[in-house]
Design a protein around this ligand. Structure first.
Ligand SMILES: NC(=O)c1ccc[n+]([C@@H]2O[C@H](COP(=O)([O-])OP(=O)(O)OC[C@H]3O[C@@H](n4cnc5c(N)ncnc54)[C@H](OP(=O)(O)O)[C@@H]3O)[C@@H](O)[C@H]2O)c1
Length: 374
């Protein structure tokens, strides 16, 4: 059904879409290639930032008159609604495209097949499903938000060979080397929010921001305004956070999530970029499912960077989608703190199922990427 040209052009569109992965949130990553009847690329582009032109617009602007009678390859169904920009399906019709090949339909309820219907009603030949799996991989967070009304959750942990995350006294700086820690900066830059637990804040006083200075290649690639900070989220059921915490002092949004209100004096001392919400769960701790629903209004990808307690709570309640484990060639011994605090399982069939997706050496350490759940 698909020609080699079709496959090559959609592969290029997928590659272009990936260029937006640090900057399009909360929008999806989308790429578009326009090809004339001789198989020559006459226009291409990718969505670069929310509020800016969609991939199709960049591509048809580049193609100009050559878009007439040509084929467009798009990694996500063209939109059919007026958002911050006019609908792309209408634009493709106006520019005179003859055929549109789409990798996957857009699950956004405002689109969901309407873009395809608009194109077909205008007599454009539409085919859908080419490299659909690759297109899905571009947007795990956006798709999760649209399909499950919650973000895609990645739990990150750094551990020794024997799976320990800190010494018995809590010291954990640094188990892994500089290259692995720089890689964590990259994970943060890909995330809309970074979630941590109050006990990590009290033990380490972390900043939890993206230090773009450590990601030189990104600093060169992105404009100053694109170097945005993820929202830092602290789970603090009993309001133990001190006003002196470092993460409160740094620029970028912060969300404090508790089960009870903070004192008036604490609230008065908070900087303007900090907001608070109460999401009490049945066990006296923050309700993680409610938290994800709350974050799902605007966050595609969230990263959990905490100790065994909170990371374990996410994994044990099946609210985490992926585990990124940096494993250092060190042994901390049996007295060290464990990787994940999980419920007491009585049968191996009850433990969370993990699937190894990737294994890579990062500096002196090993990085394992695992899918959680079936
Ligand atoms: N190796 C690594 O990758 C790594 C990363 C980060 C931290 N660490 C180390 O880990 C240690 C801290 O870990 P930790 O396990 O003690 O603490 P943690 O996981 O950072 O935070 C746990 C706290 O979060 C709060 N919380 C709120 N809602 C929760 C929920 N639904 N489920 C679970 N917790 C919830 C609870 O306190 P309240 O009930 O008071 O809210 C809980 O005690 C430190 O030594 C730190 O250096 C290691």
């Amino acid at each position: 059904m698909w020609s080699t040209t079709d496959i090559a052009m959609m592969s290029r569109a997928v590659m272009l879409a990936r260029r937006g992965r640090y900057t399009t949130r909360p929008n999806p990553n989308v790429g578009c290639v326009i090809v004339d009847n001789q198989g020559t690329i006459v226009g291409e582009g990718w969505h670069q930032r929310a509020g800016g032109p969609h991939a199709e617009v960049h591509a048809w602007r580049m193609a100009g008159d050559k878009a007439r009678g040509a084929t467009a390859y798009v990694t996500l169904e063209p939109c059919s609604h007026y958002g911050r920009t006019p609908p792309c399906a209408a634009g493709l019709i106006e520019k005179g495209l003859r055929r549109v090949v789409i990798a996957m339909t857009d699950p956004n309820p405002q689109v969901a097949g309407r873009g395809i219907a608009m194109l077909q009603a205008a007599g454009i030949e539409v085919s859908c499903g080419l490299l659909a799996a690759e297109a899905r991989q571009l947007n795990p967070g956006f798709l999760s938000r649209m399909e499950r009304q919650r973000p895609y959750v990645t739990v990150k942990l750094a551990a020794s060979l024997d799976g320990k995350t800190a010494l018995a006294n809590g010291e954990s700086k640094w188990i892994t080397g500089a290259a692995a820690r720089r890689d964590v900066q990259r994970l943060r830059a890909l995330s809309c929010a970074v979630i941590t637990g109050i006990d990590t804040v009290l033990a380490d006083d972390p900043s939890m921001n993206v230090r773009y200075s450590e990601l030189g290649y990104l600093q060169q690639q992105l404009s100053e305004e694109a170097l945005i900070q993820p929202m830092r989220v602290v789970l603090d059921s009993r309001c133990r956070l001190p006003l002196t915490a470092r993460l409160l002092q740094l620029p970028g949004p912060v969300l404090l999530v508790s089960c009870q209100p903070y004192s008036a004096a604490f609230m008065q001392g908070l900087p303007a970029q900090v907001t608070c919400v109460q999401l009490p769960g049945a066990d006296g701790r923050v309700d993680l499912a409610a938290l994800l629903q709350h974050l799902g209004q605007q966050c595609n990808n969230v990263l959990v960077e905490a100790g065994a307690t909170l990371c374990g709570a996410f994994v044990g309640s099946m609210l985490a989608d992926e585990l990124v484990l940096y494993q250092a060639p060190k042994i901390l011994g049996a007295s060290g703190r464990n990787l994940l605090q999980l419920p007491l399982y009585e049968q191996l069939s009850q433990i969370p199922s993990l699937q190894l997706l990737e294994q890579r050496k990062v500096g002196a350490d090993n990085r394992l990427t695992l899918k959680i759940g079936d």
